[in-house]
Design a binder for this molecule. Sequence first.
Ligand code: UDP
Length: 366
Amino acid sequence: MYDFVIVGAGLFGAVFAREMTDAGYKCLLIDQRDHIGGNVYTEKVEGIDVHKYGAHIFHTNDKRIWEYVNKFAEFNHYINKPKVRYKDRIYSFPINLMTLYQIYGVTTPKEAEEKLNEIRLPIDEPANLEEWILSQVGPELYELFIKGYTFKQWQKHPKDLPSFIIKRLPIRLNFEENYFEDSYQGIPKNGYTAMVENMLEGIEVRLNENYFDNKSYYDNLGKQLVYTGKIDEFFNYEFGELEYRSLRFESKVLDGNYQGNAVFNYTDIEVPYTRVLEHKHFNFGNQKKTVVTWEYPDSYTKGKVPYYPINDAKNSNIYKLYEAKTKDLPNIIFGGRLAEYKYYDMHQIVGSALSKAKSIKLKLAE
Ligand code: UDP
């Protein structure tokens, strides 16, 4: 008998399993995929760690979380500095003094501020993503950097999207090009898969196992279930399906150095992909070969990978109904991006798995 049967060997499941195992509890992890790590999974191709489910850059302000992941992997000093490609031009991004110099020729923070004051639209209470960005940077920058990309990514007009999606992007009056503002940032030197493998050392994992195919078997195998899959699926879609955005990747192995940077954002609506990744640059690689991935936004249907929860009013209301049902099942732990239907980053997942494990340990010790 296991103390915990954990459905999903992604980051939440792995951290939770590590913590409970170290506290003396017996854990079993199962995953329907043929690999561990969930969407942080990386695969070695030509000696390069390929981010199979899109770019994953670990960043956090929380020293405790940073020290925790560093126990399982040595991190490099990668800082995310994506470039934007719009038609035949390349721009510095997120919008900063270099971008404003490239577009308007302004050379100092004061000149840039004056320019922004001139081009911003006076919208007192921005009601959506489009209005918010227009109130910050005006129509030209909106067109160059945001409109096409956001429309492609979400398949919705920015007028119909909440502004929180974009508020994570800074607008800076200095030359800093770091995408993130956190104190700690990097990528495991040997890939995320090795990091998760280290977390799972000595813990039993069964791959290619779909929980729903053998639900009662797994429910009876452990004292407590930890579920990290889709919440609507767990409740058999009783209140309807939650919506997601999906992604589709096309990769090629090429010679040399394709684009000179790990990430290029393609913001032009005419280009069907949103990002081009060149994986070796995530780890300062100088291999002779290179692996390049074109990232296309994709609609989600059952069977595809659910990447982004769509936290609009309609889906949030459906989620609340499922969440209320979880309260009737106090013996089951629900955690992670899919079970909590939240646009979590990796550090938030680690943080939430650590606090969940801590509270369960306290409860069990009572
Ligand atoms: N975004 C944009 N242009 C860009 C990059 C991002 O308009 O070049 C917008 C887009 O709406 C996106 C949001 O900002 O969904 C958040 O971007 P981020 O890069 O944080 O998204 P993620 O890495 O999670 O895909």
